[in-house]
Design a protein around this ligand. Structure first.
Ligand SMILES: Cc1cc2nc3c(=O)[nH]c(=O)nc-3n(C[C@H](O)[C@H](O)[C@H](O)COP(=O)(O)OP(=O)(O)OC[C@H]3O[C@@H](n4cnc5c(N)ncnc54)[C@H](O)[C@@H]3O)c2cc1C
Length: 449
């Protein structure tokens, strides 16, 4: 008898019964992981569901996109992070809906998960304001795939620029447009300018630094709208020093594979990056409730869905009011604090029946990096700019990384970069090579590194 006859192959998902757990968590990002870890420490039965197998440290994605670090430095398999908690199971699957009365979470593969408590922490994505066709030409920085795609496009543009005779085409290829002047757009603009200086000095001495152009386009009256005006002005000046061009009060009306139209002006570009509006995952649809601004779902102070004390929302998906009565920002530190707070509260409640406490956010300071080891740091009355702000940013971000190994790795990479000026992750794969010298191809995927 052949081994296959003794052990006939079967599709495990086709026969798998519906899953069940005391606490079901959707999303292994900042919020979901922190919640799971707090519940795991108390031995609570948890099922964590994520459509990716890894946790991604999004704040450093722009460094992957600009070849400063590798994707693996900021990603960690969720199973690995949670391996020490014996009461936690992890599955890779996509949630698609909630039947609240039946306490069932629907999955894309047709299964359902029965829950006692449901924690929804699926984060957010970019909003293209009804122009979803722009996504292919102007990827956002939300996943490893997109960061690698941007890196590939940036590096391919330099390779092509080094091979063309036509000066106008060369300058177009060396133009990068970033749409959106929030922290991500500002960080990306500074990092692209830094990458350009590095590449022209080291890898492409035949290219003139004067041909490089980084354009940051913002529809609002100023960049960094969420920061105090003096810090935003400082950031704008630092970007000007880095030769980043800033167009404020300028709306983008068209994006193609190699150009944008903004404020009626046509700009040819080798790489376009989207860093504009953020939209919560479609949790409002799943729950059949009216979404708030940005698609977020309003929660009670204890982070539960109003009228549904067994369902909770965390992180970017939740519209949670701060002490000043304004919505808390979509930030990693908010998500993480909410996750840890709810996890501890649920563990206590399941054990003793104690009611959940209201969540109170402790702001540890908002930062944005402007490139060249420069940053701005806003902590209420305490405001910092320059290298010290960058150092604080680096400490806060390294501390937020999932485990010691990653913290050590990223710190080492940064130290090496400061010491040697090197950028270790400037890889282009075969799909990039195929796009030489024709225009960039949307089917590119990027290298593994
Ligand atoms: C480029 C960039 C830079 C940023 N920089 C900073 C910064 O400097 N400082 C800061 O504080 N914040 C920063 N943020 C914001 C911060 O990353 C988010 O606020 C934070 O990630 C939100 O955490 P979360 O747990 O809500 O969602 P996420 O961390 O996004 O995690 C959501 C998880 O849910 C999973 N998921 C989504 N949908 C489903 C589904 N249907 N089924 C199953 N799983 C699903 C996803 O795969 C993901 O793992 C940045 C964000 C970006 C994009």
């Amino acid at each position: 008898m052949s081994p296959t006859a003794r052990h006939p192959r079967r599709d495990p998902l086709a026969r798998a019964p519906d899953l069940a757990a005391t606490v079901v968590i959707v999303g292994g990002g900042f919020a979901g992981l922190a919640c799971a870890q707090a519940l795991g420490r108390a031995g609570v039965d948890v099922l964590l569901i994520d459509r990716r197998n890894h946790n991604l440290f999004q704040p450093l994605l722009y460094q992957v996109a600009t070849a400063a670090i590798s994707p693996a430095d900021i990603s960690e398999p969720i199973r690995r992070t949670l391996a020490r908690y014996r009461s936690i199971r992890v599955i890779m699957a996509e949630a698609t809906g909630v039947e609240a009365d039946a306490r069932r979470l629907r999955l894309a593969d047709g299964r359902a998960v029965i829950f006692d408590r449901l924690v929804l922490a699926p984060g957010s994505g970019y909003d293209y304001f009804g122009h979803d066709d722009w996504r292919a030409h102007a990827p956002g920085l939300k996943s490893v795939h997109e960061a690698r795609l941007i890196r590939q496009r940036l590096l391919v543009a330099y390779e092509r620029a080094a091979q063309v005779e036509d000066g106008e085409l060369r300058r177009a290829l060396l133009t990068t447009v970033i749409v959106g002047g929030g922290p991500t757009g500002v960080e990306m603009a500074g990092a692209v300018a830094e990458l350009g200086r590095f590449l022209t000095a080291r890898d492409f001495p035949m290219l003139y630094p004067d041909d490089l152009r980084v354009l940051l386009v913002e529809a609002g009256p100023r960049i960094l709208a969420a920061f105090p005006e003096d810090l935003a002005t400082h950031a704008a000046e630092a970007l000007h020093d880095d030769r980043v061009e800033i167009w404020t009060g300028t709306r983008v009306t068209e994006i193609g594979p190699d150009h944008i139209v903004a404020g009626g002006r046509h700009v040819q570009a080798g790489c376009i990056v989207w860093a504009a509006g953020v939209k919560a995952a479609p949790v409002a649809d799943w729950l059949g409730v009216t979404p708030g601004p940005g698609g977020r779902v309003a929660v009670d102070p204890d982070l539960s869905l109003p009228g549904r004390p067994e369902i909770y929302l965390l992180g970017d998906a939740a519209l949670c009011m701060g002490a000043d009565g304004r919505p808390l920002p979509a930030l990693a530190q908010v998500a993480r604090q909410q996750g840890a707070h709810l996890g501890r509260g649920l563990a206590r409640q399941l054990k003793t029946g104690a009611p959940l406490q209201a969540f109170r956010y402790r702001n540890r300071g908002d930062t944005a990096v402007i490139g060249r080891g420069q940053a701005i740091f806003d902590w209420g009355r305490r405001r910092l700019t320059g290298r010290l702000a960058w150092l604080l940013w680096a400490i806060v971000h390294v501390a937020l990384l999932v485990n010691f190994e990653k913290r050590a790795l990223v710190s080492l990479q940064w130290a090496m970069r400061v010491a040697t000026g090197q950028r270790s992750a400037r890889l282009i794969d075969e799909t990039g090579a195929r796009s030489l010298p024709a225009s960039t191809d949307d089917s590119e995927t990027g290298a593994d590194g």
